[in-house]
Design a protein around this ligand. Structure first.
Ligand code: SAM
Length: 328
């Protein structure tokens, strides 16, 4: 690989996991081409428009943060096209990308994928049986999100763990019939309180959703990238499943929440220590170590950091491709 190593000090790094703080439009271009197996992206939904929704029986603002505001359909599309274009460059030829969204942003993302010559494999309807009620009672209650799954090239030999999806155990999804093919409508509740013990992110995804996605479309040892990593759900799922992970996130508070989740959760194959914590920004355990950068002359000098830390001799995953879903 001829592209330079990612010349940014990680916010956090441990075996098989690196978090970068910053705008993904600036950090993605620093990655080598053809270096990542799978990208899961949960980008801004552009839905923070001062409306209201219902939470716990009370009216609450739908606003998620300034990062979620719309800048108008043209600028929103240009933003989505720009980061998706970088993702295409970074993906390996057989790699795939998942993008989640609602009608506010998913058409723009889908159009960008088509313009950039991705080949759409599936559109998943993620049905949320416990979605908030509608306050106005003037239209239907929004209770699903859309996920687009696409491969980089029509000729790509993408990973699809068909048997794991067909024969896996999904006890909390009444739509998945035992021993039958996995269909494109998934019933998965929003994240339970047990996944918010370390703090809250306004658009946190459930681990069940990411476990299913990574089990379906990656293999142990693969490198997963999330350019909008938020509270680190993708990273936690990747680490639990023995995949390597790189996350990019603008907000330090969300990065710290992700670190707290990673360091609290028992992960297979690596020990959690005090020194595992934050490597940048003067936080505890931040002594820069040789692990913050690939050794200059190592075989992995041009690989993204997460890729360089996969230890082929590390214990194999404690959970197989078919996710066993813990009871929340
Ligand atoms: C929809 S949330 C992702 C939530 C995440 N999937 C989770 O489970 O916690 C999008 C995240 O992207 C971050 N973000 C927004 N614009 C960004 C950008 N240009 N570069 C990097 N991160 C960005 C936001 O701060 C937010 O945390």
């Amino acid at each position: 690989m001829s592209e330079p190593f990612v010349a940014v000090q990680p916010f956090y790094q441990r075996d098989r996991c690196t978090l970068y703080q910053g705008d993904c439009l600036e950090i993605l271009p620093l990655f080598p081409a053809n270096s990542v197996d799978l990208i899961f992206a949960d980008p801004p939904y552009n839905l923070s428009n001062n409306g209201f929704t219902c939470h716990g029986g009370r009216a609450v603002s739908v606003n998620k943060g300034d990062w979620d505001r719309s800048n108008g359909i043209e600028q929103d599309f240009e933003f989505h096209r720009a980061w998706i274009q970088e993702c295409r460059r970074i993906l390996k030829p057989n790699g795939t990308i998942w993008i989640s969204g609602t009608y506010h942003n998913i058409y723009a993302c889908g159009f960008a994928l088509q313009c950039l010559d991705f080949h759409v494999l599936n559109e998943i309807c993620w049905y949320k049986p416990n979605a908030s009620p509608n306050l106005s009672c003037r239209f239907f209650t929004a209770s699903h999100e859309t996920l687009i799954w696409a491969r980089k090239s029509k000729k790509g030999k993408h990973v699809f763990n068909y048997e794991a999806m067909k024969l896996g155990d999904f006890p909390r999804d009444p739509l998945k019939l035992s021993g039958r093919q996995m269909r494109s409508v998934w019933s998965i509740p929003t994240p339970p309180a047990s996944e918010k013990l370390q703090g809250k992110h306004p658009t946190q995804k459930p681990l069940d959703l990411l476990d299913r996605i990574l089990s379906a479309s990656t293999n142990p040892g693969d490198l997963v990238l999330d350019p909008f990593s938020g509270s680190g759900t993708t990273g936690l799922s990747a680490l639990r499943g023995d995949r390597a992970f790189i996350g990019i996130e603008k907000e330090a508070a969300y990065l710290q929440l992700a670190v707290d989740r990673f360091t609290t959760a028992p992960l297979p194959g690596s020990e959690t220590t005090e020194g595992d914590r934050v490597l940048a920004n003067g936080k505890p355990g931040n002594k820069p170590s040789s692990k913050t950068r690939n050794p200059p002359n190592s075989k992995t000098a041009n690989l993204p950091t997460g890729a360089s830390t996969i230890d082929p001799n590390s214990p194999k995953p404690s959970h197989p491709s078919a996710p066993s879903q813990p009871n929340h």
